[in-house]
Design a protein around this ligand. Structure first.
Ligand SMILES: NC(=O)C1=CN([C@@H]2O[C@H](COP(=O)(O)OP(=O)(O)OC[C@H]3O[C@@H](n4cnc5c(N)ncnc54)[C@H](O)[C@@H]3O)[C@@H](O)[C@H]2O)C=CC1
Ligand SMILES: O=C(O)[C@@H]1CCC=N1
Length: 268
């Protein structure tokens, strides 16, 4: 029997996941979406051929519900769903911060909940989706989450206690790399390169470095040492990065992201 999957609150992450599921071979007729604005619902239907429904309808007719609203909107969404949602449905949360217990407290006793932190490279099938089981989620439920999110990239199971850290590293992670590319492109301008050329050089350096990190089997320290010639150019740049405390800044930045993930749970 084919499972029906509903994506509730289909914004950036919900649509990235939806498009990935379609690319992975899910039939549009097995996918439901909900959106707050009717224009958004129609846009999703036109773009992906899926059926927009209300949240209550999704709760009644989908086997798996993937909730991709903002953490601050999750409580209100659960209030809408709870009266219609049988306890045998799998609820997958894609929200930052919110623990599985938050869902279990608001849904029918025994409802299986899986928490997933994915990231925007889902749009190009290069996501990392970090998956944790709630109290009632079984191996089968985790496998469903892995099948869905595995269609848009890699998956990794972690204990839920590591989810806030995973959110800081990989949920937010792409933003740090975009930030670095933006800053280095500005540096290229300072050095006299046209913006488009500076952008192209840095993006290709990022892609090359990323593929080597993934495929070479080498430690990042070794890869960096291979670039760093004695009395050469790179070591001069590295000295400036260390002088400006970039390593410490990154550690502090990720700690702040982890702390915010924890706070989102309290504010939901
Ligand atoms: N943007 C990112 O890089 C990542 C976001 N996340 C998580 O994914 C979730 C969604 O984030 P985005 O897609 O960036 O936000 P978004 O704002 O693009 O999407 C959320 C959507 O939910 C809709 N919505 C809110 N309440 C609703 C309701 N009751 N019924 C139906 N629709 C409703 C909103 O209208 C909006 O379109 C958040 O919980 C966030 O923590 C997770 C990983 C990465
Ligand atoms: O910034 C945020 O809260 C979301 C969660 C991880 C990435 N974006």
């Amino acid at each position: 029997m084919t499972l029906k999957v509903a994506v509730l609150g289909t914004g950036k992450i919900g649509e990235a996941l939806l498009s990935g599921m379609l690319r992975a071979g899910w039939a549009p007729e097995d996918l439901l979406v909900t959106a707050r604005r009717p224009e958004r619902a129609e846009e999703l239907r036109a773009r992906h051929g899926v059926s927009p429904v209300g949240n209550a309808e999704a709760a009644k007719s989908a086997d798996i519900l993937i909730l991709t609203v903002k953490p601050q909107d999750m409580g209100a969404l659960l209030d809408e769903l709870a009266p219609h949602l049988p306890a045998d449905r799998l609820v997958i949360s894609g929200a930052a911060g919110i623990p599985t217990a938050f869902f279990e407290d608001r849904l029918a006793p025994g409802t299986p909940v899986v928490r997933v932190m994915t990231n925007t490279p889902a749009l190009v099938d290069e996501a990392m989706s970090v998956i944790s089981a709630g109290t009632h989620a079984t191996e089968e439920h985790l496998a469903h989450a892995e099948t869905i999110f595995g269609g848009v990239g890699k998956t990794l199971r972690v204990p839920e206690s590591q989810q806030d850290a995973a959110t800081a590293l990989s949920g937010s992670g792409p933003a740090y790399f975009y930030f670095l590319v933006e800053a280095m492109t500005d540096a290229g301008i300072l050095l006299g390169l046209p913006r488009d050329k500076a952008h192209e050089l840095i993006v290709q350096a990022a892609i090359g470095a990323a593929v080597m990190l993934r495929d070479s089997g080498e430690h990042p320290v070794k890869l960096r040492e291979n670039v760093t010639s004695p009395a050469g150019t790179t070591i001069n740049a590295i000295r400036e990065l260390e002088n400006h405390g970039v390593r410490a800044a990154l550690i502090a930045a990720l700690e702040a992201a982890r702390d915010r993930s924890r706070e989102l749970a309290a504010g939901a």
